[in-house]
Unconditional design. Structure first.
Length: 255
């Protein structure tokens, strides 16, 4: 039986469990060059990774905090999914800190906006791993998903339409993971207060495109930059929903 009470995140050892890496090229950033291969460890070790997690945690947090190098941050977000699939409920002691970093990134306007859809999807990975224990984080994560679902874009800009499709894809993957995780521990009814937000998004997706819609956002997506790829998640087939229809009218709310 799983413990329904979230555990506090205790500080673990700060030493690295990885072997020393060779010096980076002179033209590259040392932190980025050393961090990226280190973040590949969970996928390689899989279920045996639990004993290394206290040592690995500082590297993961460093990657999630590195919003200035969005490629590194995107890799770290993908690694969170790898860790959840490897450790399952054993990732619970680290959930609070990881979720705080993910939520902070979603609200950071300086982070490349293309990293944010997979962050939303990552909520589903965490919920699938910890099951009913995710109830403790429902209010804050569902609030963020609802805000993201209210995003409206100018349909005359193909880049923004493509981004909106990626954003909605991440939201639906998060909803799916949360529902499955809660149902696994017979806590599906806990999702009832958030059904309205999910159904509102489904309604928006079903509406036909509205020309000339304003580009207004409920939360900061960061500067527009060239599209980037993020690490694919092994448990989910990523399908870009570029044909997803934007809402007929934009919504504007205060921060």
């Amino acid at each position: 039986m799983r413990d329904s009470t979230p555990q506090a995140l205790s500080d673990g050892p700060r030493a690295s469990c990885a072997a020393p890496l060779p010096p980076p090229p002179a033209h590259s950033d040392p932190t980025s060059s050393r961090l990226t291969p280190t973040l590949a460890l969970p996928a390689a070790v899989e279920s045996e990774f639990e004993k290394y997690m206290p040592h690995f945690r500082p590297f993961l947090c460093l990657g999630l905090n590195n919003y200035e190098e969005h490629q590194v941050c995107a890799v770290a977000v993908g690694v969170v999914g790898d860790i959840c699939r490897a450790l399952e409920v054993k990732v619970l002691p680290y959930c609070e800190e990881i979720l705080q970093l993910l939520l902070r990134n979603l609200q950071n306007p300086a982070l490349n906006r293309n990293v944010k859809p997979p962050i939303l999807s990552c909520f589903g990975d965490i919920a699938l791993a910890v099951g009913g224990n995710f109830e403790a984080y429902l209010q804050v994560t569902m609030s963020m998903l609802e805000q993201a679902g209210m995003t409206a874009m100018d349909v005359s800009n193909p880049d923004l339409v493509d981004y909106l499709g990626q954003l909605r894809e991440g939201i639906f993957e998060a909803y799916t993971g949360v529902l499955q995780g809660l149902r696994a521990d017979n806590k599906g009814p806990k999702f009832t207060p958030y059904l309205q937000g999910a159904m509102r998004l489904l309604h928006q997706v079903a509406l036909p495109p509205a020309r000339g819609a304003d580009c207004r956002m409920r939360w900061d997506h960061g500067p527009a930059r060239a599209p980037t790829r993020w690490p694919s998640r092994a448990a989910t087939t990523m399908c870009r929903t570029t044909s997803a229809a934007p809402p007929s009218a934009s919504s504007e709310t205060s921060r």
